[in-house]
Design a protein around this ligand. Structure first.
Ligand code: MIG
Length: 781
C-alpha cells in the first residue's frame, strides 16, 4: 500500500494553546515568561545569532542530556543584550537580531537588523495536547527550506511533511518520509535573510513545511516540552558554523578514507578479496579501501571470522596493506542469541546485563541476520565501552575501520525471510540507558544508531592509539558527524537514484554531516554500462566515494562493464586522486568550521534565487562546479552559471556567469567548471592515497581575483593537534592584462618534502619552481 495512505488525516484531539504573558523575569542569559495556567516559556540568549526557546505547559523541564548538543548553554561566552518592555511586547535585542515576545497572546517574532521578519509564530503560537506539543510559524512565499538530514526527493523540501524517526527505509523513493537518519534541523533561506532551526527533541518529531497550509510551518513532537534553537544567519555558511558549534563537527578522518572504497555484499573469501585487489592494481585503477560485508562472519556472529572463508585474516590484511589497501568490516548491532555455543559476545553481554530488556524484565529479542538476536543498550557508557573493546577481534588482525549497519535499529518479529514477519522497534516503554540517562525508547530510539557509531569510534580510538578512525554508519541523529561518516543506505541501480543522490548528500551537508556518500552504481538491481559510467562520474564528487552492490546482483566493479566504461572509471577515479589535496583541505574546513564539502549552488549564492531549486548541479568547495548527466542517451545539457566568470574544465573555454549555457557531455565527459579566481591543487595520480610522497603539485589557476589556503598534515595521526600541519596561502589577481599569482610563506610546523610546483594560469601558460615554503610572486604576462 502506498505509504501516504497511512498519513491521511484522522480526527485528532484539540490543542490547548499558550495564552498570554503574565509577567517576566530575567536571570543572567535566561528570560522566564509566566504564561498563565502554570506554564513557563524560557528564552536563553546564547550568542548574538543563537537563541534557545523552551516552553513547558507544566513549568517542568526534564533535563536535556548532552546526547545531541555538544556545547551546553553554560559554555557559550556571555554576550550583551537589551531587554525592553512596551505595553504589547517584550523586546530582546542582540548585536544581530531582535526577538519580540508579544504578550497577548504570547507569540515570538524575530527580526534581523534591517527589520526583516523571520520565524514568526502564527496566531496558533505554541500548543499542547496529550503526548504532543507543537509550534506554528509563518513562512513567506519566497522562503525555501533545506537540510532536514537525510531526505529523498530533490533539494528544496518546502511543501513536505518530514518526520524524524530513524527507520530502515530500504527501497526508499521520492515520496519516502522516515529515513535511516533523523536530524531535526533545517535552514530557511530567502534573499538576504536566513535562519536555521534545530528542534531539540529526540522523541518522534515532525516538520510540516507548508504542506497542510502553504504559509505555515509546524514543528511537532511527542515530547512533553517544546525546545528549539533559532540560528540567525544571512547565509548558509554562518548558520552552519553556529549549528555545528552547537552540535559538533567531524574529526579529521585519515586521508586514505578520501580515496576510492570498493564494497559488495559480499566478497566471500580471502581468495576473492585478493583477486579483487589484484584486479585494481593490475588494471591501474586507484583504490584505498575494501569493505567486508556480513559474510566474513561465522554465521553472522558479530566480532567473529568465518574460518572456512577467512582462515587467516591477519595474513590477508597484511598482504593487502603491502598493496596499500585498508580493510573495513561491517558490524551490526544484533548479537546472535546463542547461549549454548560459547559465543563470547552473547555470554559476556548476558552476564553483564548489557542487553535491552522488556518492561517485564526479560531480555528482548528480535530477528535479524543471525536469526534470534539480542541488542546491546548503547545508551549506557559501560556498554559502549565493552562494544568498543570487542572490536579488538578485528583490529588485532589489522582491520582499519568499522561499518555500522542495521542500527536504526532494523529488526523483525519473526525470522528474516518469513513472509509474515514485520519490522519492529524496541519495546517503546522498555527502559533505555541507566543512571541519569535512564528513560524509555520513546525518547532514545532515534539515538540508537548514533550511540552505536559512538561506541565504534571511541573503541577504535583506544584500540588504534594515535591513529585517526574511520567509522561509517547508516543511522544517526544530530551530532552523528562527531563519530562517523554516513551513507544513504539501499538505493537502486536506476537513473532516478543517481539523480537523487546529490541533493540528498547536499541536504545532509547542510545538516552538519559533511562526510557522506551514496552507493556508487546503485545497491539493488543491475546497472547498465552507461548508468555505471555516469555514476562513477558523480561518485567522484561524493565526499565518501564507495562502490557497493547487493547480493545476487551482477558484479559492479569498474571493469565489469566493458573497456569503454572501465576507462571512464579509471579516468574519474584518477581525477579524484589528483584532487586529493583539494578534497583534503575541504575536509579540514569541515572539521574546523562545519562547512559541507559537497554544496548546492544556493550555499554560495543565497541571494540568487535562480539557484534555489538547482539540485542537479553541485559545488565541490567553492571553486569546482559539476553538472552531471542523469539520464540515458543524453549527451548535452543546460547548465546555469552563477555570477562571475566560469571556465570549462575540459577545454578551458571561458564563459560569463549569470546565464544558462548548453554544454556537450558525451559519455566520457561530466561537465565540470571552475570559477574565476580559483586556485586548484592537483597531484600526480597514485594507486592509493599514501602511495608516494608528493613531489609535484600543479596549481590550476583561473585568472581573476581569488585565494585558496591549502592544508596539509601527515594524514593519519593526531600530530596536527600539536601543530604538525601546515598551510600555504595562494592568491591570484589581475594587474592590467597581467595575472599575478602570489604564494605566501608557508605557516605551521610541518615541512612537506621539497616539491616541484607548476603554476598553470588558464590562457597564460605555465611557470614552475621548487617549493621550499618561501613566499613567491609569479607574474604571467
Ligand atoms: O538486510 O549487510 O544497507 O549496504 O550490504 C540488509 C548486508 C543488510 C543493508 C545495508 C547494505 C548491506 C546489507 N545490509
Amino acid at each position: 500500500m502506498p505509504e501516504f495512505i497511512g498519513q491521511l488525516p484522522i480526527s485528532e484531539p484539540a490543542w490547548n494553546a499558550i495564552s498570554s504573558v503574565q509577567s517576566f523575569q530575567s536571570y543572567d542569559r535566561e528570560i522566564h515568561f509566566d504564561c498563565g495556567n502554570n506554564s513557563l516559556l524560557i528564552l536563553t540568549i546564547l550568542a548574538n545569532n543563537l537563541i534557545r526557546v523552551r516552553f513547558s505547559p507544566t513549568q517542568e523541564f526534564t533535563p536535556r542530556r548532552s546526547w545531541a548538543v555538544n556545547s551546553p548553554d553554560t559554555e557559550w561566552n556571555a554576550i550583551n543584550f537589551d531587554i525592553q518592555e512596551t505595553d504589547a511586547q517584550i523586546i530582546i535585542e542582540t548585536e544581530k537580531i531582535k526577538v519580540c515576545v508579544q504578550k497577548n497572546p504570547c507569540q515570538i517574532k524575530c527580526f534581523d537588523k534591517a527589520g526583516n521578519p523571520f520565524a514568526h509564530d502564527t496566531g496558533w503560537g505554541i500548543a499542547s495536547r496529550k503526548d504532543e506539543i507543537a509550534n506554528w510559524k509563518e513562512i513567506t512565499p519566497q522562503e525555501k527550506f533545506y537540510g532536514f538530514g537525510e531526505r529523498s526527493g530533490l533539494l528544496n523540501q518546502r511543501g513536505k511533511v518530514l518526520t524524524n524517526w530513524t527507520t530502515d527505509s530500504l527501497d526508499y523513493t521520492m515520496l519516502t518520509d522516515e529515513m535511516y537518519q533523523a536530524i531535526p534541523f533545517f535552514m530557511s533561506l530567502r534573499p538576504n535573510v536566513g535562519y536555521g532551526l534545530f528542534f531539540n527533541t529526540t522523541f518522534w518529531s515532525q516538520f510540516d513545511v507548508g504542506a497542510d497550509d502553504i504559509n505555515t510551518l509546524q514543528l511537532k513532537t511527542k515530547d512533553s516540552q517544546l525546545d528549539y534553537y533559532i540560528i540567525y544567519g544571512s547565509e548558509p555558511a554562518i548558520i552552519l558554523e553556529t549549528y555545528t558549534q552547537l552540535t559538533g563537527r567531524m574529526p579529521l578522518p585519515p586521508r586514505w578514507a578520501l580515496g576510492y572504497h570498493q564494497c559488495r555484499w559480499s566478497y566471500n573469501s580471502e581468495a576473492e578479496v585478493r583477486e579483487l585487489v589484484g584486479q585494481f592494481r593490475k588494471r591501474r585503477i586507484p583504490c584505498d579501501v575494501v569493505h567486508l560485508d556480513i559474510d566474513y562472519m561465522q554465521g553472522f556472529r558479530v566480532f567473529t571470522w568465518n574460518k572456512q572463508r577467512f582462515p587467516s585474516p591477519k595474513m590477508l590484511i597484511e598482504d593487502l596493506s603491502q598493496q596499500g589497501i585498508k580493510v573495513v568490516n561491517i558490524i551490526d548491532p544484533g548479537v546472535k542469541f546463542d547461549p549454548e555455543a560459547s559465543y563470547q559476545v552473547c555470554d559476556e553481554g548476558l552476564e553483564k546485563d548489557y542487553f535491552i530488556r522488556r518492561e517485564n524484565g526479560k531480555v528482548f529479542h528480535g530477528y535479524v541476520w543471525p536469526d534470534r538476536a539480542i541488542f546491546p543498550d548503547f545508551m549506557r557508557p559501560e556498554v559502549r565501552e565493552w562494544w568498543g573493546n570487542l572490536q579488538q577481534n578485528l583490529t588485532n588482525v589489522g582491520v582499519a575501520g568499522i561499518w555500522n549497519d542495521m542500527n536504526e535499529p532494523a529488526l523483525n518479529n519473526q525470522p528474516f525471510g518469513d513472509l509474515e514477519g514485520v519490522k519492529i522497534t524496541f519495546p517503546m516503554d522498555g527502559s533505555s540507558g541507566s543512571g541519569e540517562d535512564k528513560t524509555t525508547w520513546k525518547e532514545t530510539h532515534n539515538l540508537y544508531g548514533m550511540n552505536m557509531a559512538r561506541a565504534s569510534y571511541e573503541g577504535l580510538q583506544k584500540l588504534r592509539p594515535g591513529q585517526r578512525s574511520f567509522v561509517l554508519t547508516r543511522s544517526g541523529f544530530v551530532g552523528v558527524q562527531r563519530y562517523s561518516a554516513v551513507w544513504t543506505g539501499d538505493n537502486h541501480s536506476k537513473w532516478e537514484y543517481l539523480e537523487m543522490s546529490l541533493p540528498m548528500l547536499c541536504n545532509l551537508g547542510l545538516s552538519g554531516v559533511a562526510f557522506v556518500g551514496a552507493d556508487i552504481g546503485g545497491f539493488a538491481g543491475n546497472a547498465t554500462p552507461e548508468l555505471f559510467a555516469r555514476w562513477i562520474q558523480v561518485g567522484m564528487l561524493y565526499p565518501l566515494m564507495r562502490g557497493h552492490s547487493m547480493i545476487g546482483t551482477k558484479r559492479h566493479e569498474p571493469w565489469e562493464f566493458g573497456q569503454e566504461v572501465e576507462d571512464i572509471c579509471r579516468q574519474y577515479i584518477e581525477l579524484r586522486y589528483q584532487l586529493l589535496p583539494y578534497f583534503y583541505t575541504l575536509f579540514w574546513q569541515a572539521a574546523i568550521s562545519g562547512e559541507p564539502i559537497l554544496r548546492p549552488l544556493v550555499y554560495h549564492y543565497p541571494n540568487d534565487e535562480k539557484t534555489y531549486e538547482i539540485y542537479d548541479q553541485v559545488l565541490i568547495g567553492d571553486s569546482i562546479m559539476a553538472a552531471p548527466i542523469y539520464r540515458p542517451g543524453v549527451e548535452n545539457r543546460m547548465v546555469y552559471l552563477p555570477e562571475g566568470n566560469w571556465y570549462n574544465w575540459w577545454n578551458r573555454k571561458s564563459y560569463q556567469g549569470s546565464q544558462h549555457i548548453l554544454v556537450d557531455a558525451p559519455l566520457e565527459k561530466m561537465p565540470l567548471f571552475i570559477k574565476v579566481g580559483a586556485i586548484i591543487p592537483l597531484i600526480p595520480v597514485m594507486q592509493y592515497a599514501e602511495e608516494l610522497p608528493i613531489n609535484e603539485m600543479r596549481l590550476l589557476v583561473a585568472p581573476g581575483k581569488g585565494e585558496f589556503t591549502l592544508y596539509e598534515d601527515d594524514g593519519n595521526t593526531f600530530a596536527y593537534r600539536d601543530g604538525a600541519s601546515c598551510n600555504t596561502e595562494y592568491k591570484v589577481d589581475l594587474e592590467e592584462n597581467k595575472v599575478v599569482v602570489e604564494i605566501e610563506k608557508r605557516t605551521g610546523k610541518l615541512a612537506p618534502n621539497q616539491r616541484k610546483v607548476i603554476v598553470e594560469v588558464i590562457g597564460k601558460g605555465e611557470q614552475e619552481f621548487m617549493d621550499d615554503g618561501e613566499a613567491r610572486r609569479l607574474v604571467f604576462e
